[in-house]
Design a protein around this ligand. Structure first.
Ligand code: ADP
Length: 524
């Protein structure tokens, strides 16, 4: 072997030796990197599964086994395209070699039903998210699939709970007049949140309170009614600001564009800084202007009612006093110079006085009924005694040829009612009978059963045509206008009887007479 040949062989040896070195080095390196990959693969918090090109599971890491509640032996070999939880659309994407997002409810019930693999979960449902990456060679041929997913169930449930709470808050807030404020005490940032109301309500709210869409704290303070600043801002808010309280509720006014709005606000600290000082505040505020305006109107109306009632009470007294004086002194004058003519005048004065007083009483009662200001004083009333009093008053007034009959079935009858009002109603019916009866009888009667007291005044007077019978209890109604009266008496009687818990009615035959009746509860 010449030296040249020797040299060449040496070089070859060196080269071979070097190549062997490289080979040794590469396989060691490969082993090492595979070991590293294995460690990472097995310890990844995410579930990683590897499928071959046919979709057969060839590897799964520990996190994956935990997620699916199974073991490697039970899982290896399952077919991706048989999975009952993957949609057909997802499988089609994989077949096309496309990257696919995973965002699904993984139902272990289906896994068990189809015996897809054996799992410790029975009917559990997990919310799974992640990605599926088709593995491709240099020619773009798919040689497998890599799934990279994680269990997002906890977040999903939390999100569901948040959504449910939000829906509840929305339902509570969504009155069309409420919105939220948030105030950061550190950055002094103030944000009005109109988003918790429906879109249409939020639009109208924002239109109405456009001032609040991006306000500065100063704008808000300046808009508060001067009379409310001291309580709302200077007192309550300052106490909240220094942590003396964590919430307060306030009703206050704001002047916006010259109009006064009423608000109610529930203000609460919801975040504190590291020193325990209030940092963030939320305020639930409602526009209550309409309610407030109504309240004020109602208050004014009530005040006016009180004044009116007082006026009514006064009126009765004020009218009666001079009238009684006129009548009294007229009677004295007549007595001082009594002649048949002056007697006639005295009768006329007394008669007209009674009419005038009755008219005043009717008008006042009518007003009280309209104002719902009637008051009743309940007591035990001996009915016979009361009827005797009424008969005594009306007996002198009956026309010649008319007799009053009163033969009570139960003379000791006592009912619980308002004495004055009962007398008023009986007098009204009696007065009418006297007015509309020119001969025959006026008969008073009453009877009771266990619970109802029935009273009747029957007359043999002019009667009431059938077509008018229903209307005689209406205000101002008169069958004819030849008789003196206002048409108020029976409508007042009806209101009184109904307020006392009874009913009133009339039976009549035109030209033969009428029977007015009413009932009352025996004990009311
Ligand atoms: P008025 O003051 O006009 O009598 P009322 O309310 O007492 O008013 O009566 C209403 C109408 O009912 C009377 O105008 C009259 O036409 C009719 N009426 C009431 N009572 C009788 C009666 N006993 N007989 C006939 N008509 C009557």
């Amino acid at each position: 072997m010449n030296s040249k040949t020797n040299k060449t062989e040496n070089a070859k040896d060196i080269h071979d030796a070097k190549r062997d070195d490289v080979k040794c080095y590469s396989s060691a390196e490969l082993l090492r990197s595979e070991a590293v990959f294995r460690i990472i693969f097995d310890n990844l918090a995410w579930c990683v599964t590897v499928f071959d090109e046919k979709g057969c599971l060839i590897d799964i890491n520990e996190a994956g086994l935990k997620l699916f509640g199974t073991t490697k032996e039970k899982m290896l070999g399952i077919r991706l395209f048989d999975s009952p939880n993957l949609s057909e659309a997802h499988k089609a994407q994989l077949r096309k070699g496309e990257l696919a997002e995973i965002d699904l409810l993984y139902d272990f019930g289906k896994v068990n039903q189809q015996s897809f693999y054996k799992t410790m979960y029975s009917n559990t449902v997990k919310y799974i998210r992640g990605k599926c990456i088709p593995l491709k060679d240099e020619q773009g041929q798919v040689f497998g699939f890599l799934y990279w997913v994680y269990d997002d169930t906890e977040n999903h449930l939390k999100n569901d709970a948040i959504q449910a709470n939000l829906a509840k808050i929305k339902a509570a807030i969504d009155t069309g007049s409420s919105y939220l404020w948030e105030f950061d005490l550190h950055s002094k940032k103030l944000v009005a949140d109109f988003s918790l109301v429906t879109d249409s309500a939020s639009e109208t709210l924002m239109e109405r309170f456009w001032h609040d869409v991006s306000p500065s704290p100063m704008d808000i303070i300046q808009s508060i009614h001067p009379d409310d600043v001291s309580t709302l801002y200077a007192s309550d808010f300052q106490r909240l600001k220094i942590g003396e309280t964590d919430h307060f509720t306030s009703v206050f006014r704001r002047i916006l564009n010259g109009k006064t709005y009423w608000f109610t606000a529930n203000i609460r600290t919801y975040k504190w800084d590291e020193n325990g000082q209030p940092e963030k505040i939320v305020c639930y505020t409602s526009d209550i202007t309409r309610q407030k305006e109504k309240e004020i109107e109602l208050f004014k109306a009530k005040e006016a009612d009180k004044l009116r009632s007082a006026f009514m009470a006064n009126m009765s007294h004020e009218i009666r006093t001079p009238l009684n004086a006129i009548v009294g002194f007229s009677n004295i004058l007549v007595e001082m110079n009594s002649t048949p003519e002056t007697e006639f005048f005295r009768e006329a004065i007394n008669k007209n006085n009674s009419l005038l007083l009755k008219l005043v009483d009717d008008i006042l009662d009518f007003s009280r009924i309209e104002m719902e200001a009637l008051e009743f004083k309940m007591e035990y009333v001996p009915v016979k005694e009361l009827c005797d009093e009424v008969i005594n008053i009306y007996e002198p007034m009956v026309k010649e040829g008319v007799n009053i009959c009163f033969t009570p079935e139960n003379p000791v009858c006592v009912i619980r009612t308002d004495r004055k009002r009962l007398q008023q109603v009986i007098s009204q019916l009696m007065g009418n009978a006297v007015k509309y009866t020119t001969n025959g009888y006026i008969t008073l009667s009453y009877y009771t059963n266990d619970s109802v007291f029935t009273f009747k005044v029957a007359d043999t007077g002019i009667g009431i045509p059938e077509k008018n019978r229903e209307s005689v209890f209406d205000c101002f109604y008169q069958v004819d206008h030849f008789h003196q009266g206002t048409g108020l008496g029976l409508s007042i009687a009806k209101s009184l009887i109904e307020r006392l818990g009874g009913t009133i009615g009339v039976d009549s035959i035109e030209g033969q007479g009428s029977t007015f009746w009413f009932t009352l509860p025996v004990s009311f």
